[in-house]
Write a protein that binds this ligand. Structure first.
Ligand SMILES: Cc1ncc(COP(=O)(O)O)c(C=O)c1O
Length: 368
């Protein structure tokens, strides 16, 4: 029987509705102050072993706040992977700085650290490393390189909450880490994000930028030109409920990936995204490369009720970003986009769903 299997779907079957009603009816706090905002920030800061956490309206605004707090501006250069979601690069452009694209590795699909020296100029002020599809980048190398060269490091951990590298949690790397709680992420608040840091000055700067440039609400003293990048208490209520079940979600995601790997292991021409031995994936989007026509495979899967996504189209190929393209080739990013797809990865999937997906995928590949 044909099924209907989405690529990503949040599990909202815990205390989400209860806490939202409590925020509305008992606490009567629907804007951006309230107990759930405080609780959610503490939950995630503790989980990621960071001193400070600030909820934001999205992962994009979290990244923008990070750049603002670090003083990134026109004339600066920020090294970013071309193989990422556009938000990681758009925020650099929003500050007036220039994004400098870097290629990715074919193993874990993350930033290729060996290319950093060639891209460094006197204008290089920061790197935004992206933990793509749930696998943390190689922060052992990145943190050492940034320290040596006096360059800021931002971890775009939008996709990697729950992952780790050398025993440290995703969300704990660099000067500032940024999370997204968009509906398809490992924890969702609908829309939302978070900035994490251990540095009190950076935390205070981000807090001020987040709230119209005000140090204290209600006094109308605007220290800088700020933004409204706040998360609401209602969203944070959903986040608190999600966090309670986060270990369950992670366990399910891990089991799903294991099952996919075992069912597809003998399929010629199929490769998984591979973390190194010191890195644990958060299994956000279980993704593969195939040596066949990906668009055709995705179409055929769709006919069987299976939703997939193509891997990100690199930013150097995007019309809106052409003026930033340096005359370099990004061979791996191109290949990842051409050959890759995200398989259904929701924690709500059952083993039967995964068996169905793999059976159909095998059948399609056999006919090609
Ligand atoms: C790597 C990456 N960075 C940033 C973002 C932006 O997050 P948001 O959608 O919450 O603005 C996303 C995704 O949504 C992402 O995947």
């Amino acid at each position: 029987m044909k099924r209907n299997i989405p690529v990503a779907e949040p599990d909202l079957t815990g205390n989400e509705a209860k806490y939202v009603m409590e925020a509305i009816e008992t606490e009567k706090r629907v804007s951006s102050s309230g107990k759930y905002v405080d609780l959610f920030e503490k939950d995630i800061a503790d989980y990621c072993c960071r001193k400070y956490a600030l909820t934001t309206s999205s992962g994009t605004t979290a990244l923008h706040l990070a750049l603002l707090a670090l003083g990134i501006r026109q004339g600066d250069e920020v090294i970013v992977p071309t193989f990422t979601f556009a938000a990681s690069v758009a925020v650099v452009a929003h500050t007036g700085a220039v994004p400098i694209f870097i290629d990715s590795k074919m193993s874990d699909w993350n930033i290729d650290e060996t290319k950093l020296n060639a891209l460094k100029t006197p204008q290089t002020r920061a790197i935004i490393a992206v933990d793509i599809y749930g696998i943390p980048a190689n922060y052992k190398v990145l943190e050492a390189w940034c320290k040596k060269n006096n360059i800021f490091l931002i971890e775009d951990a939008a996709e990697s909450l729950g992952g780790s590298h050398h025993g440290r949690k995703a969300g704990s790397f660099g000067d500032i880490s940024c999370l997204s709680f968009y509906g398809n992420k490992n924890i969702t608040t609908g829309e939302g994000g978070m900035c994490l840091t251990d540095n009190p000055d950076l935390n205070e700067k981000m807090r001020v930028f987040r709230n119209h440039g005000m140090k204290q609400a209600g006094l109308y003293d605007h220290m800088v030109i700020g933004y409204n990048y706040r998360m609401t208490n209602v969203q944070a209520a959903i986040g608190c409920a999600q966090f309670e079940r986060f270990p369950v979600f992670l366990k399910k995601r891990k089991a799903h990936e294991k099952l996919y790997r075992s069912l597809l292991k003998d399929l010629p021409g199929v490769r998984f995204q591979e973390p190194d031995d010191a890195t644990e994936s958060a299994h956000w989007m279980i993704s593969i490369l195939i040596d066949k026509d990906v668009a055709y495979v995705r179409e055929k899967l769709k006919e069987q009720g299976i939703e997939t996504r193509s891997l990100f189209k690199p930013l150097h190929l995007q019309p809106g970003y052409q003026h930033f393209v340096q005359d370099k080739k990004y061979k791996n990013a191109d290949m990842l986009h051409q050959q890759g797809l995200n398989l259904p990865s929701s924690p709500l999937l059952t083993p039967q769903d995964i068996r169905y997906v793999c059976k159909k995928l095998k059948g399609i590949l056999k006919t090609m």
